[in-house]
Ligand binder design. Structure first.
Ligand code: NAD
Length: 367
């Protein structure tokens, strides 16, 4: 049953990790290491049962293969989950036990932060394995990825403006931004620096007020955001906000934002395309975070990070080309771009980085 599930989803390896003493129950899923070691975050969540945890880690690790491939990284896709309540079940022993399991994979899987995990948890993981990103900056960590994600989102936006309007002058257009959190507020700053008109909403009224007072945005209600007459709808809060209820209301020409899983279903992705809206695929647009942590592997450098974010412009542009070339919606074109890269690179041997984490070890040992 498990082998059939893993085989159907195309996974290479799934590791069940248990430490009774530390109270650890974790699953590490390595989906694909053709491009390099599998990089993906660790999530801690009070899953109802083991099947739910397994499904989640299989789904998320597969997503990382596509995300890392489209981002142009020499990294495969993986993910890990710890079954537990982040508010109650965290301990040094738990994360160190997890770190030992990561270490036992000898670099095939590199872990990072995800939902329920913070930099202090990663510090414990780091005590028992070098194969970890998202540690404190004093250890070569890259710090808060949100400004990079926002800057990457701007690059994706420019590719979309260029494709849709033949003009990527950000300041000429109007935006409906949903969510003024870590990424959203930084993204709004970038839009306003270029003189764009920005409508903003957030369930947190203080965040909205800050955008109005400090950045000159216009506030709208959380439901009203779907009816705003703006050129671009930019989801920067939750997933699934492009759905059967909201799509008919959207007046925009472009959907481009940082949120994960913006399309409620694949069918909605098809409907978006049919309505003539240009959807800039979320995982290509918001790759700034993973790009940023990937640089920790070689030794983090802010300048390199900013340069890397700018490649999102070309990645998103390439997705639009594939969509036009093959007559498929952009969300499918993103997956196709990933598959084409994995297939092409899989046929050659990477000279600089195997999936054994060799270069990674070099960095962590300060060579
Ligand atoms: P965040 O929690 O800082 O911000 C999310 C904001 O959305 C909050 O201000 C919250 O109040 C608001 N919000 C929640 N529900 C809302 C609703 N119904 N309507 C309006 N606003 C609502 O999170 P973040 O780090 O800014 O991430 C935003 C999105 O981008 C998430 O989907 C995240 O997965 C994705 N993302 C973030 C990064 C990163 O670098 N932080 C990287 C890739 C993807």
């Amino acid at each position: 049953m498990i082998f059939e599930t893993i085989s159907n989803s195309g996974h290479e390896q799934v590791v069940f990790c248990q430490s009774r003493d530390a109270g650890l129950k974790a699953i590490i899923a390595i989906h694909n290491t053709v491009l390099g070691p599998a990089l993906g975050g660790l999530r801690m969540w009070p899953y109802k049962n083991e099947a739910e945890a397994l499904n989640d880690v299989l789904r998320l690790s597969r997503g990382m293969t596509f995300k890392n491939a489209v981002a142009g990284l020499n990294l495969g896709g993986g993910k890990a989950v710890i079954i537990g309540d982040p508010a109650r079940d965290k301990s040094e022993a738990l994360f160190r036990a997890f770190g030992r399991f990561v270490n036992s994979l000898n670099g095939r899987y590199i872990t990072a932060e995800d939902v329920g995990i913070d930099v202090n948890d990663m510090e414990y993981v780091f005590r028992d394995t070098e194969f970890v990103t998202g540690v404190h900056q004093v250890h070569g960590g890259s710090g808060d990825p949100s400004p990079f994600t926002a800057y990457g989102t701007l690059q994706g936006l420019m590719a979309a403006l260029s494709h849709k309007f033949g003009n990527e002058d950000v300041g000429k257009y109007t935006y409906a931004v949903q969510g003024a959190g870590h990424v959203g507020s930084e993204f709004i700053k970038l839009l306003r620096e270029q003189g764009a008109k920005v409508f903003v909403t957030d369930i947190n009224k203080e965040s909205v007020q800050r955008c109005v007072d400090e950045l000159g945005c216009e506030a709208v209600g959380t439901e009203e955001i779907y009816d705003v007459d703006a050129d671009v709808y930019s989801p920067c809060a939750l997933g699934g906000t492009v759905n059967e209820q909201t799509l008919p209301r959207l007046k925009c020409k472009i959907i481009c934002g940082a949120a994960n899983n913006q399309l409620a279903t694949d069918e909605i992705g098809d409907a978006v395309q049919k309505r003539g809206l240009l959807y800039a695929p979320d995982y290509a647009v918001n790759a700034g975070g993973v790009m940023n942590v990937s640089l920790e592997i070689d030794g983090y450098n802010r300048e390199r990070a900013m340069r890397m974010m700018r490649t999102i412009y070309y990645n998103v542009g390439r997705i639009f080309q594939i969509s036009d070339r093959d007559g498929i919606p952009t969300y499918k074109a993103a997956d196709r771009m990933a598959e084409e890269r994995i297939n092409a690179v899989g046929k050659i041997k990477l000279p600089t980085m195997g999936n054994d984490g060799t270069r990674f070890l070099g960095r962590m040992r300060g060579q």
